[in-house]
Design a protein around this ligand. Structure first.
Ligand code: 6GU
Length: 240
């Protein structure tokens, strides 16, 4: 899969050389290219922004600079992602859908954002999604680019060593948060590992984990639990 990130702070994307994503790049599973938006400016000062029409605080990124950058970087099959606090929520379902794409391009805005005609123009010719990480404001799209690349890359075949670790995780197919996990020593600082996990009884362990996942989700994310189909929850419970 090819991923292009365009930013005025390409150094912000340096962590993508580390860990699983870095390894995926070096092994060729992920073709990740980071670009400096200023490479597409045409003036001596390498200007990317200007004052907003209609007035107001801050600066807006110029459509002509972004237009040239996207002409060069976006392939015909590419899916353009524009991080914005005004975007659609980025979720595990979004990551799963994006993992099937040939190319994604993340256009990182700064200041008050990118001139709205850039999205309008691209949407008329290809796929564009404005995405938000959550209900808070960041200074630019770079952190979202890091999030998208990590969330998508780990779903590509061969990136995560043991694909079974993708099965039982939070926000997975079950729609529940993950159960708590423990390792050695069995007793630490007066806290003991739950007895059932030491029992060697696979059925009881599975039942306990399912109950923990349900209880956690009910307490911490009642919205997730409410979104699940009751009949489907019952069916999954009987299968444990
Ligand atoms: Cl994707 N961008 C910005 N600038 N702020 C955000 C965000 C994205 N998601 C939440 N807040």
């Amino acid at each position: 899969m090819r991923v292009d990130v365009v930013s005025i702070f390409p150094e912000y994307l340096a962590p993508l050389e580390l860990s699983l994503v870095g390894k995926a790049r070096r092994s060729g599973l992920l073709d990740l290219r980071v670009h400096d938006l200023r490479d597409w400016t045409d003036d001596r000062h390498r200007t990317v922004d200007d004052t907003p029409f209609g007035g107001g605080a801050g600066m807006v990124m110029r459509p002509d600079v972004w237009g040239r950058a996207l002409d060069d970087v976006l392939t015909p099959a590419g899916h353009l992602l524009v991080p914005s606090p005004a975007g659609e929520r980025f979720t595990q379902r979004t990551a799963e859908a994006l993992a099937g794409e040939e190319q994604i391009v993340v256009a990182c805005g700064r200041y008050e954002g990118i001139d709205a005609r850039v999205v309008e123009d691209r949407a008329a010719r290809g796929r564009v999604t404005e995405i938000s990480l959550g209900d808070y404001v960041l200074n630019g799209g770079e952190v979202a680019a890091l999030v998208v690349v990590e969330a998508v890359a780990r779903l590509l075949p061969g990136v995560v060593g043991n694909p079974e670790s993708l099965v039982e995780e939070s926000h997975g197919a079950a729609g529940l948060l993950e159960y708590p996990v423990y390792t050695k020593p069995p007793s630490w600082q007066g806290h003991d590992v739950p007895e059932v996990l030491l029992s060697g009884h696979h059925g009881r362990v599975a039942r306990w984990r399912r109950d923990q996942a349900l209880e956690r989700t009910a307490h911490r994310r009642p919205d997730l639990l409410a979104a699940l189909d009751v009949a489907e929850l019952d069916r999954a419970d009987l299968a444990v």
